[in-house]
Design a protein around this ligand. Structure first.
Ligand code: NAD
Length: 464
């Protein structure tokens, strides 16, 4: 699965250095292939191509751009099986979930932006002002490995629809999936320079994008620590930054909840993608009257998770993405000062697997309850009443997502009090057209749907 080119100015071009990055299969520990390790010089070339393409692309109508996104969607849809397989290989997502989420979600998001662009353009009149929206300019997009195509498409589709041009650096752990998007872009005939790919490491290619004087906006998804570094780099030239960062979301199970459903769905949510999901409900908050039942059920649901080969249709829990990530997660488990309810299930010896793990009686201020673990580790915490639940839920430096279970009115009232960018009431389904993003240290800005589009637009008032 070797790839040896960058995509710049509408064609596959040779990188400026011979250095490469090895891509590993985390389920087998084998090397799948290599991609170029881009350089700051490669970023210069890509940004120059994006800059050269900007005026022409920005001058097209939203509907024309929508039509191009429609063609891209068609070309990418034809690769759906390849996308699921590639994510299964380089990330280890179980194939069933890889098909439904890792391939299905970005295709839905891309289709959504093609359709949104076909809608009449929104312009407002305020008194004697005509308020218009224009593209921000050249966007640098930097993405992580846990949803390697969705996180790319969420930025690229919105930015292109808005009329921006883009330089993408995907995660060095999962770059092969991103290449499939560029195969599709090449086939769909995107105008040259509107979408460019420079794979490489964060400190080299990522930092060069974040600090580039000709990048007007940096759109980043990843850890809060890297988000901070990117903000510092962009601040020097007052470049716009959009950040989608970490989370430590609470799943609140109220006194009048359907406890069985809330616990089953809650455990599934916490362990989706081996717990490597920024919105994962990693803290389960349970009303004291249901606490013992919930703890017992969560333990048995976790034990029943089938861990193993991502390409076995029965597998629900694949490996973690890397040896480093497994060691990090094991560290949290070893240091935990709480009651272990599940965690001893056997896992394959080869590959970076961690058994589904559940802790009860977790102190809301402890490391387990405060740090984003990014592995299959669930913490259960009791509460006494709704106010207490809200206090614990909001006792986090993050504010990305959450869940509430209970009678609809009461659950909605609690959802409104949670300081997070999203809350699902009684298992409300993920909506790819709804705004997605964080409060507090979970980020700045919103992705997806019309709110995601507006992140990539400037607002101009024309007085007449
Ligand atoms: P990371 O921050 O290490 O890496 C993300 C990207 O940033 C990668 O492409 C990496 O190469 C690049 N990068 C690293 N150092 C850089 C630097 N100094 N300058 C510029 N770029 C740099 O994060 P990760 O380990 O890939 O992903 C896991 C994290 O991402 C978790 O904390 C998770 O919660 C978060 N995440 C958030 C969301 C969200 O939407 N809020 C979605 C997915 C993941």
């Amino acid at each position: 699965m070797n790839r040896d080119r960058l995509y710049i100015g509408g064609r596959w071009v040779a990188p400026s250095s011979d250095e490469t990055i090895a891509v590993e299969n985390p389920a087998t520990e084998e090397i799948l292939g290599h991609v170029p390790a881009g350089t700051a010089g490669d970023v210069d070339r890509a940004v120059a191509a994006a800059r050269a393409a900007f005026d022409g692309w920005a001058a097209t109508s939203m509907a024309e751009r929508g039509a191009v996104l429609g063609k891209l969607h068609e070309a990418l849809s034809a690769r759906a099986a390849d996308i699921a397989r590639t994510v299964g290989l380089e990330l280890g997502t179980p194939i069933k979930i890889a098909k439904a989420v890792q391939a299905g979600l970005p295709l839905a998001v891309l289709r959504g932006y093609a359709d949104l662009a076909a809608q009449p353009v929104r312009e407002e009149t305020i008194g004697n002002s005509l308020v218009v929206r224009e593209p921000v300019g050249v966007v640098g997009a930097i993405t992580p490995w846990n949803y390697p195509l969705h996180q790319v498409v969420a930025k690229v589709a919105a930015a292109l629809a808005a009329g921006c041009t883009v330089v993408l650096k995907p995660s060095e752990l999962t770059p092969l999936t991103a290449y499939l998007l560029f195969d599709a872009a090449d086939e769909a005939g995107l105008p040259e320079g509107v979408l460019n790919l420079v794979p490489g490491t964060g400190p080299v290619v990522g930092a060069a994008i974040a600090g580039h004087p000709d990048v007007d906006m940096v759109s980043f998804t990843g850890s809060t620590a890297t988000g901070r570094a990117i903000s510092h780099a962009a601040a020097d030239r007052i470049a716009r930054v959009a950040l989608e960062l970490g989370g430590k979301s609470a799943n609140v199970i109220l006194e009048d909840a359907d406890v069985t459903k809330a616990v089953k769905v809650g455990v599934g949510n916490a362990f989706l993608n081996s717990g490597q999901t920024c919105t994962a409900w990693t803290r389960m908050l349970v009303h004291r009257s249901h606490y013992d039942t919930a703890v017992e059920l969560a333990g048995s649901v976790a034990q029943a998770f089938v861990t193993g080969d991502p390409f076995d249709e029965a597998t629900r829990l694949g490996p973690l993405v890397s040896a480093a990530q497994r060691e990090r997660v094991r560290g949290f488990i070893e240091r935990a000062d709480a009651r272990l309810v599940a965690g001893a299930a056997p896992v394959p010896e080869k590959g970076y697997f961690v058994a589904p793990t559940v802790f009860a009686d977790v102190d809301p201020d402890s490391e387990l309850a405060q740090e984003e673990i990014f592995g299959p580790v669930l913490s259960i915490i009791p509460f006494d009443d709704d106010d207490h639940a809200v206090r614990i839920a909001n006792n986090s430096r993050y504010g990305l997502a959450g869940g509430v279970w209970g009678s609809p009115e009461r659950a909605l009232a609690v959802a409104r009090r949670m300081r997070t960018g999203a809350v699902d009431v009684n298992g409300g389904a993920f909506n790819p057209l709804a705004p997605f993003g964080g409060y507090k240290q979970s980020g700045i800005g919103r992705e997806l749907g019309v709110h995601g589009l507006e992140e990539f637009q400037q607002t101009k008032a024309i007085q007449q």
